[in-house]
Design a protein around this ligand. Structure first.
Ligand code: SF4
Ligand code: SF4
Length: 122
């Protein structure tokens, strides 16, 4: 069963300072990929291509996630799920696995960023 509909029950991480240290090369399922892609196209969001491991959708200058509203579940689990330790300490220790969307295909942020770039160049 896909538990993506339960995402609203993921507790908020009240210790988060938006430092971005957990914003690495995250992965996502097919449905998340499509949702984020549509959101980026609709809002004309341009990813940052970088050579380090920071997520392409992290705006370091303004300290924000460009796709915060539709960010992958994995991002929402930082600091509240077991094994996903935040540098500022977790505020919960829920079982994160039950929230991860079941998908036979796994997508990377690089693939999404590249697809968006190609689309903008058309
Ligand atoms: S969850 Fe933790 S590591 Fe991630 S941005 Fe917030 S404070 Fe930083
Ligand atoms: S999608 Fe947003 S919250 Fe998730 S890793 Fe990228 S910048 Fe961070």
């Amino acid at each position: 069963m896909n538990n993506i509909k339960n995402v609203e029950y993921i507790p908020k991480h009240t210790n988060c300072t938006n430092c971005g240290k957990c914003c690495g090369p995250v992965l996502m399922g097919e449905r998340e990929y499509k949702t984020i892609k549509d959101y980026c196209i609709k809002n004309n969001i341009k990813p940052f291509f970088r050579l380090d491991n920071t997520c392409y959708f992290r705006d370091e200058e303004n300290k924000k996630c460009l796709i915060y509203k539709v960010r992958p579940v994995i991002c929402k689990l930082f600091g509240v799920a077991k094994g996903m330790k935040c540098v500022n300490g977790n505020t919960c220790e829920i079982d994160g696995y039950k929230y991860i969307p079941k998908s036979s295909k796994i997508f990377s942020m690089f693939r999404l960023a590249k697809e968006l770039e190609d689309k903008q160049g058309e």
